[in-house]
Design a protein around this ligand. Sequence first.
Ligand SMILES: Nc1ncnc2c1ncn2[C@@H]1O[C@H](COP(=O)(O)OP(=O)(O)OP(=O)(O)O)[C@@H](O)[C@H]1O
Length: 301
Amino acid sequence: MTLVIENISKKIQQQDVLKNVSFELNTGEIVGLVGRNGSGKTTLFDTIAGELLPDFGRIGLDGLDYIKTIRLHEQLFYVDMPENWLRYYSPRKIKAILKLAYPNFDEQWYDAEIKRFGLNNSKRIRTYSKGMRALFMIIVSFASRAQYVFLDEPLDGLDVLIRDQVKQLIVNQVTSHQTTVLIASHNLVDLDTLVDRVLLLKNHTIDRTFAIEENKNIRKYQLAYSGDALPTFLRDSGTIIAQTGHVVTIVFNDFTEALGIKLAGQDFKFIEELPIGSEDVFRASFAEEAHVWQQELEGTK
Ligand SMILES: Nc1ncnc2c1ncn2[C@@H]1O[C@H](COP(=O)(O)OP(=O)(O)OP(=O)(O)O)[C@@H](O)[C@H]1O
């Protein structure tokens, strides 16, 4: 079963928010959605889930139009955070409501997880702490037994110990039920430990899709240069993400063999390749914007 997002475009107040967004989600995949603040992640979730109508484009599931086919809606679980109707009800009441909308709602598992994490079954969700609310959202999402679960910043507000348990819970659920999960998050380090691939939203569309291990053209190095100044070719061909004295960490967005040869020919005190993560790809993807800010800070622009 594949959810097909085809050329979705959406304007809000005459401004383009999404333009020709296309991608597919396959059974049992965990996919990350990343982008700058305000890049349209929540709008994309709302649009796919049918809470906002796209201006153009189509969302297809099983060859049918997802938005127009009401019976397909039990296949997708998403509620916008933090403002949503769930907060007015207790877990017990929410279960009763959701059992009507999601015929496969897993009552037993839901009750067991509420108990396991010590959540109060009778208290309204809005009286929960931020972290407890986030935890509840994850439990209720998977308890729906919808094929597609969309999570917007699911790890936000969770302490380290709960975060580890929640990540484990997500992976276990996907493994045992072949759920497909789309996660929007700014926490790229955590995302790297969860997702199969990442969609990067930039300029209103999916600018690139990447899986960390496949990203051979993006490289990260730490090096210490000799002499007074950093060789200019480094600044020109990479993005400096950290610098302490003569020690620099640099990401090359488009690493070439020629660049490798040039690096090898330099008189560095040391140079070491580091493993890359989504944060590096993210920084490299927005290198121009970061560069302009840096110049503004330094007063050179
Ligand atoms: N109801 C609205 N009225 C006006 N503008 C809106 C509305 N909803 C979203 N927008 C605009 O659409 C753009 C995308 O917002 P959206 O919330 O989808 O971004 P996001 O990627 O989820 O952001 P963040 O990472 O900060 O949560 C922003 O410019 C936002 O101001």
